[in-house]
Design a protein around this ligand. Structure first.
Ligand SMILES: [Zn+2]
Length: 396
């Protein structure tokens, strides 16, 4: 396919109509309309205003077409393989617009679909069928990384290449951690946790147990007793806390009747944390200037849910937690923010209480007695839950 034909395929001929912001649902497209108004009547909803409120459809088409060709292409131009016909089933322009979630006035939708010269589409990236979008490349690289640290090799930070896989990847496995590091910096996921923030920690406590409810019992275990957890490798003690008492209880209790010791900690300094509990809102898919941001957020959504996903306690968890342990050790030991500050910990969503937030703190000093002087123990108490009503209320 020559350049001229390829360019021709990218053509569109918008109808000579005007549209108002009320006729589209996407916030970015509404803004495009409001920034280009030069008529008082909308040809789609027929509303008429005293001041200019409608924009030529062609102003919208520039952005919609740009997005369409970022995600789709004509089968021939996109390099789709042929074997007595294209082996990838092409889709219509209407289906392309549905896939991009274009929501607008019905007649406008039809006009936009008809405006494209090209009528058959396949999914592509960078115009090509075989390419990946950045978030797909990052997600693939993360999956490869997770598989390699679980089943092949764990300690490869210094090695130039460890991947034996032959399929194409955007990043080598040892590159994915710095890539995530840059991304969390760029998308402002590094937050400050104020001094005097309340945090909670719970421990199962059977009725016949009578250990003291003190800092030693309620703090992080000593390294020799630190078994592998979601974030910490075996033998390296981290301090697991929750922002809410309900989350702390939900993390350790499974069913009534049961008892728990609940400790209250307070931050005694401002903490630097990686906050995976509140990712930025996705920008519009039609806003090409924020495309890199959108790609990064989509990947981090996958990454954050992988890190906090529910893992069955069937002894396989020692394997399943390894990727998040390697990530934690990277953020604890190697990572620095733009001001060269080290991180105190990672906040992540609870897998057992979806609205709950957990915070894992890295030790300030790694020795026989790990130090977590980021927080101070305030008090602890015991609570018993004899039936489902009391239990459900406690973890609601
Ligand atoms: Zn309108």
């Amino acid at each position: 396919m020559g350049q001229a034909k390829s360019e021709l395929m990218r053509d569109w001929n918008a109808p000579d109509n005007y549209v108002c912001a009320k006729c589209v649902d996407d916030d970015f497209l509404k803004k495009v309309i409001r920034n280009n108004v030069n008529r008082q009547t909308c040809d789609y909803c027929q509303c008429e205003t005293h001041t200019h409120s409608a924009t030529p459809v062609s102003a919208l088409m520039e952005h919609i077409s740009n997005t369409v060709f970022y995600h789709f292409n004509n089968p021939t131009c996109g390099g789709a393989p042929y074997d007595e016909g294209c082996i990838v089933e092409p889709i219509s322009t209407e289906d392309v617009l549905y896939e991009l979630s274009l929501s607008c006035n019905d007649q406008l939708f039809e006009d936009i679909a008809n405006a494209f010269t090209n009528k058959e589409w396949i999914r592509t990236a960078s115009g090509n069928w075989a390419s990946s979008h950045p978030h797909e490349a990052m997600s693939d690289s993360w999956s490869t990384f997770a598989n390699i640290v679980k089943h092949e090799v764990r300690f490869f930070f210094q090695h130039p290449s460890v991947s034996k896989t032959s399929h194409w990847q955007e990043y080598e496995p040892q590159q994915i951690l710095p890539v995530i590091g840059k991304l969390v910096n760029r998308l402002a996921l590094l937050k400050k946790l104020p001094v005097n923030t309340n945090l909670f920690r719970a421990r199962n406590r059977n009725e016949d147990e009578n250990w003291e409810l003190n800092e030693k019992q309620m703090g992080a275990p000593p390294p020799e007793k630190a078994s592998a957890g979601r974030m910490n490798p075996a033998g390296i003690s981290y301090l697991y806390l929750a922002y809410e008492q309900e989350t702390a209880l939900a993390e350790v209790l499974s069913r009534p009747p049961c008892s728990a010791a609940i400790a209250h900690f307070v931050t005694q300094q401002e903490l630097n944390i990686l906050d995976l509990t509140q990712l930025p809102r996705r920008p519009s898919i039609f806003d090409s200037a924020r495309r890199n941001e959108l790609e990064g957020i989509i990947f981090l959504e996958v990454f954050a849910s992988e890190i906090s996903k529910s893992v069955q306690k069937n002894r396989r968890e020692h394997i399943e937690y390894i990727p998040s342990q390697v990530v934690s050790e990277y953020f604890a030991m190697l990572f620095e923010d733009n001001r060269r500050n080290k991180l105190d910990g990672i906040a992540y969503r609870s897998s057992v209480r979806p609205k709950g937030r957990n915070l894992v703190l890295f030790p300030k000093e790694r020795s026989c007695i790990p130090q977590f002087d980021q927080v101070i123990f305030h008090q602890a108490r015991e609570q018993t839950f004899s039936d489902w009503t009391a239990f459900s209320d406690a973890i609601a």
